[in-house]
Ligand binder design. Sequence first.
Ligand code: F6P
Length: 329
Amino acid sequence: MTNITLRSHLTEAALDPNLVYLIEDIASSCRVVANTVRNGAFEDNLGSADAINVQGETQKTLDILANDVFERICANSPRLAALVSEEVEDVTWLKNPKAGDYLLYFDPLDGSSNLDVNLSVGSIFAIMQVQSDGDREVLHKGQRQLCAGYALYGPSTMFVLTLGGQVTGFTCQHGTGDFLLTHPNMKVPTETSEFAINTSRYQYWDASVRRYVDECVQGQAGPRGRAFNMRWTASMVAEIHRILTRGGIFLYPSDSNNQSAGGRLRLMYEANPMAMIIEQAGGAASTGHGPILDLKPTGPHQRVSVILGSRAEVERLVTYYQTSNSAEL
Ligand code: F6P
């Protein structure tokens, strides 16, 4: 049993104290969201935002409640200049930005279609910095993330964080609420025999994604010469956590059905933070045509094609895109 808390981990990293306050505020938000999710059924909060509960009151979804929690708690951080949330159309400015202030990008409750069926959900976040006094630009490349992480609300609540360098996992101790170090230096195994994709979209995939998945499904008799396993939880945080634990590849590619939107998943608070975490853990993260972290965002809610996980598998699919003759998505 470890006694290393999230706070002692952050203190040891010799960070700007204001960044420590912000990460601790995010962790506190995640603790509160974990409880809110756990008690969702009692509060009648599992439904859709415009639903009316049995008392005739308008329900707030857990997504909105989770966003409120992040906004309320993180607003305490003295150097937090702005919030970019999946739940809020516009950027929320908390102060006149000064060079070095922090920008928080977050999805307060990811995978929320899993709530009704009591499966794992999570929160995802990344932090960047304001470049100069008065600069209100938030559309920075993922390479500029100072840190990224997620909370997983599963059988236990976990907080997984990278400050660049290593990926570290903490488990919330039931009773004290402390996040204690349980998963030091998490690594994505290079090779894997497990893939995660929503195969109901096969009809929309381009030739490269079809080729990759077809070859996995052919198992030992196919060109890969070995059996593959498939998982799909419909909760990105849960998929990424599995990949950080035992390897695998996660795909939500751009396809003919979502291409006009750019893909399904959001760049700034889903793909970028997860790409940083996966890369710091030794994996790779690509759109199929280039590193996710190299993308110059066009908007705070931009969607993007996502392929990430075990390096050798991501590189294989990228090669399929490079060698494909067809004009792909
Ligand atoms: O972005 C939200 C999200 O719920 C992800 O967490 C998940 O990977 C994906 O959407 C699930 O998509 P689908 O409904 O196509 O399975």
